[in-house]
Write a protein that binds this ligand. Structure first.
Ligand code: KG4
Ligand code: ZN
Length: 339
């Protein structure tokens, strides 16, 4: 079965053709095309929703065409179903993907599967030949979300906790702004952290030892602001040190809480997902800490291009999560959380 999936929840416009040969088996990516308006948002230091939406309109048709061509699909009707992100996200951006896919569903007479973007991130872990087994703990860490979930099966998923204020990616981006780094700052903070001294600052690890599986990162941002305000001048070396200590603080909290949940629920798999999981140091810390604590659960992380927003992950989620619904009943829901 082949699905054409579309993702337009924020500033990426993506279309992918994905295929599943055996039920519940791995999902193969036949094409995954991503266009981004990130460069324009870097100029303004953050996303302006209207600019993101206008760019979605600009990119959507060429991106779908390219995804079909790369998957050698000459006729749209040769795919078996359509999938689309219907929330959460920016309303203007979501509408472009949702309304485009509804039109295709009507014209091609193909079933349409609406997908929650957050589940999409988790299911990026099924875009691989080695599949997770249940029960599993799933961590989503992106620009908009930090959530921890318990998955007993594809249909039995419980939310354990999430951020009370800033998401982890948002913390990287806002701290980057304090350090005069362009948006999105996460990848740059990772680069600079390699050159920084881990002992230069001790930033707070908010809620790390709290029993609830909640997160909070806004205090970390305030702690960095205080340090920056003390400086006459922000040198390269100081920037590197702050990047290193911020990355360590965020990673410590994410690793500690996730592994705690994995132990409590005696899971077989730990599923990492979301843009922040592109961070190689964070991935290594997860693996090293799990080994040091003799945790038997296996850690999964999608390949880096499937961590940030993409349509292949939306297609993967569509195979496992939901039955199709009539196109007339699909509508964008920017406030969607866990359905
Ligand atoms: O999942 P994603 O593409 O978009 C959302 O759904 O939000 O995540 C984007 C976030 C941004 O905040 C970005 O700074 C962060 O992921 N990010 C990183 C890295 N690469 C992207 N954060 C830390 N280290 C990275 N290497
Ligand atoms: Zn995302």
């Amino acid at each position: 079965m082949k699905i054409l999936a579309i993702e337009t929840s924020c500033d990426e416009t993506s279309a992918a053709v994905v295929e599943q040969i055996t039920k519940d088996g791995p999902v193969n990516v036949l094409s995954n095309v991503v266009a981004s308006s990130m460069a324009q948002h870097a100029l303004t230091g953050g996303i302006i929703p209207e600019v993101a939406a206008r760019n979605q309109i600009h990119y959507i048709i060429p991106v779908i065409q390219e995804a079909l061509e790369k998957a050698h699909i000459a006729n749209g009707p040769d795919i078996d179903a359509l999938a689309v992100t219907y929330g959460p996200g920016l309303i203007g951006s979501l509408l472009v993907g949702v309304e485009t896919v509804k039109t295709l569903s009507y014209v091609w007479n193909k079933p349409l599967i609406p997908v929650n973007h957050l589940f999409g991130h988790i299911y990026a872990n099924w875009l691989s030949n080695e599949l997770p087994t249940f029960p599993a703990i799933a961590l989503i860490v992106s620009g908009g979300h930090t959530d921890l979930l318990l998955m007993k099966s594809h249909d039995d998923i419980t939310w354990l906790g999430g951020t009370r204020d800033d998401a982890a990616g948002e913390a990287f981006d806002k701290i980057g702004r304090l350090l005069h780094l362009p948006y999105p700052a996460g990848p740059l903070i990772e680069q600079k952290a390699h050159l920084g001294n881990p002992k230069a600052y001790h930033f707070p690890r908010p809620l790390m030892h709290d029993k609830a599986y909640d997160f909070s990162f806004s205090g970390l941002k305030t702690a960095v602001l205080r340090e920056v305000q003390k400086l006459d001048q922000l040198s390269q070396a100081t920037t590197n040190d702050i990047c290193r200590c911020v990355q360590d603080a965020i990673s410590d909290v994410l690793v500690h809480k996730t592994l705690l949940a994995a132990r409590e629920y005696k899971v077989k798999s730990i599923l990492l997902s979301g843009g922040v999981v592109s961070n190689q140091t964070l991935r290594e810390k997860f693996n090293e800490t799990a080994i040091n604590h003799k945790l038997s659960a296996k850690i999964f992380a999608p390949q880096k291009s499937f961590c940030t927003d993409n349509a292949a992950m939306i297609g993967a989620a569509a195979f496992f999560r939901k039955i199709p619904i009539a196109w007339e009943e699909v509508s964008a829901n920017p406030e969607l959380y866990f359905d």
